[in-house]
Design a protein around this ligand. Structure first.
Ligand SMILES: [Zn+2]
Length: 295
């Protein structure tokens, strides 16, 4: 083997190495949205008025909520990437302008709740506000998510404002309190606010129910050492919330389809369900306790 051949071979190895580095960098930049295993996530659902100035604009299962104010509108959650157009149409079907969207919020930064956030933010110019503990995952498109990371799962969004537990989001005469409910993601959260209509007023909770997304033991979740403590905190904190209307990140979590059928008349009372909430929460607590007892 002569020296020239070794040098050529070394150069080839270098070129291949550089090329694969570029390829993996490009791969990290491309969005690899996970397969949508649940057709209900993308199935259209007719938008409707839940109570007062609060509307359902999501898909059959992915809860997206529009709160209208005199100063523009607030959108909570988006569904997956392809749902951007559906959400826009739902807002317009209700008679509102998509371009009046001023504030974007999310209950958790998984692709089924923020998949269309970048698209909606660029179309409306709205301000993105996120629980500070979820900001990094939102900014890298899910790449640093402790459970599903390692690839860009949705189009990244840089937040305009970071929210802490108890912070208020205000627009017009609406004031929404953000409640930090970590565990499902590091910055999962819920929103508590008051909605008025002709009959009276309702305390509304849009809850992020603390479902566990890791199969391995909590102690083995290296990227989230606080995970077990955070779930314990959230399960405890959520028990003491009092409200009238209960909504959640997924329609199935608050049994939307038992409470409302397309075309039903306006009926906020259908969503008053502290008991259903408590039952769902105690189920989740059981799952947590079982997991802990096995560790
Ligand atoms: Zn999730």
């Amino acid at each position: 083997m002569n020296f020239h051949r070794i040098r050529t071979r070394f150069r080839t190895v270098l070129v291949v190495f550089a090329f694969s580095m570029i390829l993996s960098a490009v791969k990290a930049q491309t969005v690899h949205e996970p397969n949508i295993t649940n057709p209900d996530w993308v199935k259209p659902y007719p938008p409707f008025r839940i109570a007062g100035n609060l509307y359902y604009v999501g898909t059959y299962d992915l809860g997206c909520y529009l709160i209208t104010t005199s100063q523009g509108n607030i959108l909570v959650n988006t569904g997956v990437a392809s749902s951007a157009e559906q959400i826009k149409q739902n807002i317009e079907t209700l008679g509102f302008k998509f371009s009046d969207t001023r504030i974007l919020l999310t209950t958790q930064v998984h692709f089924d709740h923020v998949g269309a956030m970048a698209e909606i933010k660029s179309q409306t110019g709205a301000q993105m506000m996120v629980d500070e503990a979820d900001a990094a995952v939102l900014a890298d498109g899910g790449n640093s998510d402790f459970a599903f990371g390692g690839a860009r799962l949705f189009e990244p969004v840089q937040a305009d404002r970071l929210l802490k537990d108890g912070d208020t989001v205000q627009l017009g005469d609406m004031r929404m309190i953000m409640l930090h409910h970590p565990g499902h993601t590091k910055g999962s959260c819920s929103f508590l606010f008051t909605i008025n209509d002709e009959q009276g007023s309702y305390r509304v909770l849009i809850a992020n129910m603390p479902t566990i997304v890791v199969n391995k033991r909590f102690v083995d979740v290296a990227d989230y050492p606080r995970i077990s403590k955070d779930f314990a905190y959230t399960l405890h904190a959520m028990k003491s919330i009092h409200f009238d209307i209960w909504l959640a990140s997924h329609a199935s979590q608050f049994n939307l389809h038992d409470k409302h059928k397309p075309g039903d008349a306006y009926n906020p009372a259908a969503f008053v369900d502290q008991k259903g909430y408590e039952a769902a929460l105690s189920d989740l607590e059981k799952q947590y306790d079982e997991k802990i007892s096995k560790e």
